[in-house]
Design a protein around this ligand. Sequence first.
Ligand code: HEM
Length: 356
Amino acid sequence: MGIFSILGLCLLTHFFLSLCFDFSILLFHGLLLQTKLPDYYEVWMDIACNLTHLIESRTLRDVVQKMPELSLHHLHSHRELRLARLALGIITMGYVWQEGQMAPVLPRNIAVPYCLLSQKLCLPPILVYADLVLANWKLKDPNGNIEVIFSLPGGETCSGFLIVSMLVEKAAGPGIMVCTSIVPIFHISTLYSSSVIGMNQWRNNPMLPNGLVYEDISDEPVLLSGGSAGQSSSIQCFDALLCVQHSDETAAFLAHIREYMPAPHQRLIHSLSGSLRDFIMSCSNPDLCRSYNSCITALLDLRNYHINTVAKYRLCTGGVGMALDSRGTGGSNIMGFLKTVRNNTQNALIAEPQEM
Ligand code: HEM
């Protein structure tokens, strides 16, 4: 794409953004996920809808053990597959953690359909962000307010975490639309959020040091990472397009969590990775550099906001906050990790050429 087209597109950014925003609202509503499965899967839906009650009454494990092993043959559309995976994912998480201590083996009546379904969707057999956030919402009213399909223990607070994360994704919509429209300069300042989510990880989780055995699927325990908003593909899309370079351990961790994103999201991130920054630097055009830097600054602000939110969360939650330090990034200090990611973002800023 020539420099004039790019400059033209820069000038039209706001126009595009308003268009994209409208479009993303449509997309958001148009992409409403499935909230029901065929009657054959009633037992999965019933358990998933009553998860909190079953965990509190400590009956979930018994109920799951008595569950019939269902076939996947009655699931037809992608949406049904995603909803079924979400239901089995939360039942699995509840089953494993019901007693606050892990169950080392997931019984075959859930392990087999869950693993087959996950294989079909190219996702690991564990709850990921794409399940709990991207597939777990529905419209609450005609005004566009949303609510979760399945709530988790933790009540409104937990649902609030999930909904805020979904709203972050919705806010990222215009930016992603611009990325995919190959408009190289965009603003993502709408990405700000004051929210939350951070779940236990099976990998590096001291309470589950050996992972989980999926009965009749794996004889050896499988170690997987638990869901986290770090698995949001939106932020990695922005990094990729803007050519933010992450270093060694940090890059390795971000690449690792990409494996927990849906395959089309991984492909999008890959296809956005290019040489936009080199191209802009080679143009020596002050407007172009400024536009690029404003995008980086918005991403930087977002990461600073996130760091502050995590710090407040650690302060407010005390012990939970302490646990955050030893989890997630292979045991390294989480705040150190987040600050490195932030600093790498800052390093992408380009020195603006002098106006002639
Ligand atoms: C109280 C709220 C939050 C806490 C405590 C929290 C905690 C964390 C932690 C511990 C990590 C390190 C990586 C990991 O363990 O997975 C992380 C990374 C990350 N989080 Fe959050 N988070 C919160 C809210 C959010 C929200 C709402 C989003 C947006 C969807 C988000 C997006 C990310 C991203 C993209 C990363 C990867 C690092 C980066 O790209 O900067 N977080 N978060």
